[in-house]
Design a protein around this ligand. Structure first.
Ligand code: HGY
Ligand code: MN
Ligand code: MN
Length: 415
């Protein structure tokens, strides 16, 4: 058992953490099948932000909200106003999500602050827990938008122009009721605890993932333009079927990822034929592409090959096309000293662990270039996420928070 200098057990209050996750999980919940939906800037997202702000206030932490709407709960340190050791993640979700992606990292960070209060531990440096805006990018691209703005990778002005499927802009949503603030908080160091969202820890029966880096993520929105035609009278050879082109592309881009290797992946997550009528050859097809690779050179090469592939698929299907890149998060490697701290914190608690990379994007990916950052994972049951079936056991949820507690206290330096 890990103990404090005064011999107290250095563990979080598990029931309190689990209860806060359960209460937050009710916001945006639409039943077992549909799971949770809290798209960025939606009313459900705002309710989750309200929940978080109320929890911060209830524990007496100063609430800071920046111009992008990122929320920070700050616990003061003895060394005054220097940049806080920050634990964070996000409260927004994809559509039909589970209860842990993002929410776990935010509420475990809050639990760490509360545990330090319970143990009466003061720290030299301030600590903060953060909620970053629009991490998922499910409604407005790019993803990790709040941490991109904070790190300077995206200007607030440009972010405000991004529009969702209904044509609503981020700017309109930011201005729709008190979402943004005027505070400025910049993390001194950053730790993100997250569910793995993949199968590795469970397959190897390990308890903690010590994350060394995150793969690059590139997103595109595309459109194939063919010729709408009668499904009965148009000979196959004369068709310009946009949906067929999109289907061809979905298969081809997956084959490209396999060829690139090293765990590269590619996904056509959205595909919509137009006019979407049973007896009309689709004259148009909207689609998205998500390409990811861990090695920087392979990532850059892969992006070029993806765009060349769209061009060649359009040509061989007799289609015109439009393609716009809407996200480009570069591969990152986390700060070796912080990675070693995560590893040591797991080891001294006799938790089983392994070093690994992250397949999913995270806010830590955008903070890593601007402040020392690291991540840690707990297992995802069945290796699934971005689905209502996402689940992690209470024991794993508490173990991850205990390791986060150790790391945060070490970095903030107990007084
Ligand atoms: O797409 C991602 O990896 C993250 O969930 N936004
Ligand atoms: Mn996440
Ligand atoms: Mn996610």
């Amino acid at each position: 058992m890990k103990r404090t200098a005064r011999g107290q057990d250095l563990v979080v209050n598990g029931p309190r953490l689990l209860q806060s996750l359960e209460r937050l999980g009710r916001i945006g919940w639409n039943g077992e099948e549909a799971g949770i939906t809290r798209l960025a800037f939606s009313d459900e997202d705002r309710q989750a932000r309200r929940f978080f702000l109320d929890e911060l206030a209830a524990s007496g932490y100063a609430c800071r909200i920046d111009a992008a709407g990122n929320i920070f709960g700050v616990r003061p340190g003895g060394a005054g106003e220097d940049a806080p050791v920050t634990m964070g993640s996000h409260l927004d979700t994809v559509r039909q999500a589970g209860a842990y992606d993002g929410a776990y990292g935010v509420l475990a960070g809050l639990e760490v602050l509360r545990t330090l209060d319970d143990l009466g531990i003061a720290t030299r440096h301030p600590l903060a827990v953060a909620n970053f805006v629009n991490e998922e990018g499910a409604r407005f691209q790019p993803d990790m938008m709040g941490s991109m703005i904070l790190s300077g990778a995206l200007s607030l002005e440009e972010a405000r122009t991004k529009r969702d499927d209904a044509g609503i802009s981020v700017g309109e949503e930011l201005d729709r009721g008190n979402y943004a603030g005027a505070d400025r908080v910049f993390p001194g160091k950053y730790l993100e605890l997250h569910v793995e969202q993949g199968p590795i820890l469970e397959a190897e029966a390990l308890q903690i993932g010590v994350v060394e880096g995150v793969q690059g993520i590139a997103w595109w929105q595309g459109f194939f333009l063919g010729q709408a035609a009668h499904a009965g009278c148009t000979p196959l050879a004369l068709r310009k079927d946009a949906l067929l082109g999109a289907a061809d592309l979905a298969l081809a881009v997956r084959a490209l990822a396999e060829e690139l290797g090293d765990g590269s992946v590619a996904t056509m997550g959205r595909c919509a034929p137009e006019p979407d009528v049973i007896n009309v050859v689709p004259g148009g097809a909207r689609f998205t592409l998500d390409f990811r690779s861990y090695d920087p050179e392979r990532f850059e090469r892969g992006k070029i090959l993806v765009e060349e592939l769209v061009r060649s698929v359009a040509f061989r299907n007799g289609l015109e096309y439009r393609l716009e890149q809407v996200a480009n998060a570069l591969p990152v490697r986390f700060d070796p000293t912080l990675v070693a701290l995560v590893e040591q914190s797991a080891r001294e608690r006799r938790y089983t662990y392994r070093r690994m990379r992250s397949g999913a994007g995270h806010d830590a990916q955008l903070l890593a270039p601007v402040c020392p950052a690291a991540m840690l994972f707990i297992p995802s049951v069945g290796g699934v996420s971005h689905t209502p079936k996402e689940y992690s056991t209470p024991e794993d949820l508490v173990r991850g928070a205990n390791v986060l507690l150790s790391c945060a206290l070490a970095l903030a330096e107990p007084l």
